[in-house]
Unconditional design. Structure first.
Length: 152
């Protein structure tokens, strides 16, 4: 092999190493943790509730997958936000009752990592665990929020 061939191979190796280093640095810089309240959220039948969930450290969540689901219903979620918009794959009982919401008046919404769920017209069947799942290109995290439904 001539000197030119060796130079080309070395240049290719350097490009590959730079690419891998960039990928590792990007992956490390976009790590996050899903955060939810430690205590159950209580609400009355017929009311509207916000189930708080956010990512820490705060970062723009618009490009992430946000999935709220019950029990083993990962593929038919309460709400799915992906590719920058809400997806139409909701579990039937939550259709037209669920949306993304702000956990507080100071929240910046998705741009600040707020991925909270708003549930309207609460029913007794809504009582229990809701999973807040957030997924990026190379990582994900998930936490449970407990909703306690009380009488009217």
């Amino acid at each position: 092999m001539g000197t030119n061939g060796l130079k080309v191979q070395i240049a290719d190796v350097h490009r590959g190493i730079r690419f891998l280093l960039k990928r590792v640095c990007v992956s490390l810089s976009v790590s996050f943790t899903v955060v939810v309240p430690g205590d159950p959220i209580a609400a009355h039948v017929g009311s509207t509730v916000i189930l708080p969930c956010w990512i820490s450290p705060p970062e723009n969540a618009e490009a992430l997958e946000i999935r709220w689901y019950r029990h083993d219903q990962f593929s038919t979620p309460v709400l799915l936000y992906n590719h920058g918009k809400l997806q139409d794959v909701q579990e039937e009982p939550y259709r037209n009752r669920s949306s993304l919401a702000l956990r507080s008046d100071q929240s910046g919404g998705l741009k600040d990592g707020d991925v909270s769920l708003r549930l309207e017209k609460l029913r007794v069947q809504d009582d229990g665990f809701f999973h807040c799942y957030v997924s990026g290109e190379s990582l994900y995290d998930s936490r449970e929020v407990v909703l306690k439904i009380t009488g009217e």
